[in-house]
Ligand binder design. Structure first.
Ligand SMILES: [Zn+2]
Length: 360
């Protein structure tokens, strides 16, 4: 018995109720799925390879900046054109490739703050166009993050977007409370620390607003999360608070499920095993990992360049002879591959930490 036994589509990009089945299964078995921020075909490959080798499902996600990078930094992004085009390109690329890896893959877009909503609108337009032809959205899920707005506004606007997504049976992740730190130009480094911890009543208000529309939504409820890696001691995570959200929601709904809420862990880089264990025990199904993977991708390329420096200073001529060609050292398939290997190794470690190995 494994993930693939509960899915209607066993490999490739999964959508609709399969996403919920995956998360239900993860909650039941006590593991979480890493959501890897990808910015290129190379980082997609690194993530897929790690998941395949660990026999695990995976979530690939693009941020607004990552999506623009997919399009190319030379494309103007003033009305989110690059972020929309890049996100669509990413989704088609991943959809084409995922079946070759024989694992289930969730396609997701990361934080979308109020000022970035035209990006989400553009992706939803593409989802609807895809839905007309294929009967399913292009992306498995999106995130809307209006956590910087007033609580009532956040819920009302999120509900409006969820009504649109639910027509395609698409998953929606929302954020309540604030993730500290800085990511993609949204700087929350100076925010009041009380807003970094969400209350059970606030979380349940989200559930009450969204559950009548569709069960396919998750909540990133802040519990002291911060984007980026900080020195130990600088971040006080309280994943045990997530248990209180579940208990409160269970009392209110009289749900027979152990965990009525699907929860998401943001800012996973640099956290402790015990934090992940507590979070997963309390119904976290998705953990975002970005910073650690960025650094891991660099290390492979960095070490290659430093070790092979004398073979990289000119296209011909190295310590073996002044007429020796260096093509086999500067071919991007050689040095970019080194980054893929180290990023993949990092994701393999994350899969172990989240108890998501041999889960297919
Ligand atoms: Zn985040």
């Amino acid at each position: 018995m494994g993930v693939q036994d509960v899915l209607s589509r066993k490999t490739g990009v999964i959508v609709g109720d399969d996403v919920r089945r995956l998360f239900d299964y993860a909650q039941e078995k006590g593991f979480a799925i890493p959501a890897i921020n990808v910015t290129s075909s190379s980082t997609v490959v690194a993530a897929l390879e790690a998941a395949r080798d660990s026999k695990a499902p995976i979530i690939l996600q693009v941020s607004q900046g990552g999506a623009a990078f997919f399009a190319g930094k030379g494309v103007d992004n003033k009305n989110q054109e690059a972020s929309i085009a890049g996100a669509i390109a990413f989704a088609h690329y991943a959809r084409s490739l995922a079946p070759s890896y024989n694992i289930p893959v969730v396609l997701h877009s990361d934080h979308c703050a109020k000022k970035l909503l035209p990006w989400l609108d553009g992706m939803l337009d593409a989802d609807e166009a895809y839905y007309k032809i294929h009967g399913e959205p292009l992306f498995s899920s999106h995130m809307i993050d209006l956590s910087e707005e007033d609580h009532a506004d956040n819920i009302a606007e999120t509900k409006r977007y969820f009504q649109r997504a639910a027509k395609m049976n698409q998953w929606l992740e929302m954020e309540i409370g604030i993730t500290g730190g800085e990511e993609d130009g949204v700087d929350n480094t100076g925010v009041d620390s009380s807003r970094l911890y969400t209350q059970p009543e606030e979380v349940f208000a989200v559930y009450e607003a969204l559950a009548p529309i569709s069960p396919n939504f998750s909540i990133a409820a802040a519990f002291g999360n911060v984007h980026g890696v900080y020195k130990p001691g600088n971040v006080r995570l309280h994943p045990e608070l997530l248990g209180k959200h579940q208990v409160y929601a269970k009392e209110q709904t009289k749900s027979s499920k152990k965990h009525p809420l699907y929860l998401v862990f943001h800012g996973g880089s640099g956290s402790e095993q015990s934090d992940f264990d507590t979070a997963i025990k309390n119904g976290v199904v998705k953990v975002n990992v970005d910073t650690d993977c960025q650094y891991a991708y660099l290390t492979g390329i960095r070490d290659y360049i430093l070790n092979k420096k004398d073979y990289l200073m000119s296209s011909v001529g190295n310590p073996d002879g002044e007429d020796k060609p260096n093509k086999k050292y500067f071919d991007p398939r050689v040095w970019v591959r080194e980054g893929e290997k180290t990023m993949s190794a990092k994701i393999t470690t994350n899969l172990k930490i989240f108890h998501n190995v041999n889960t297919l």
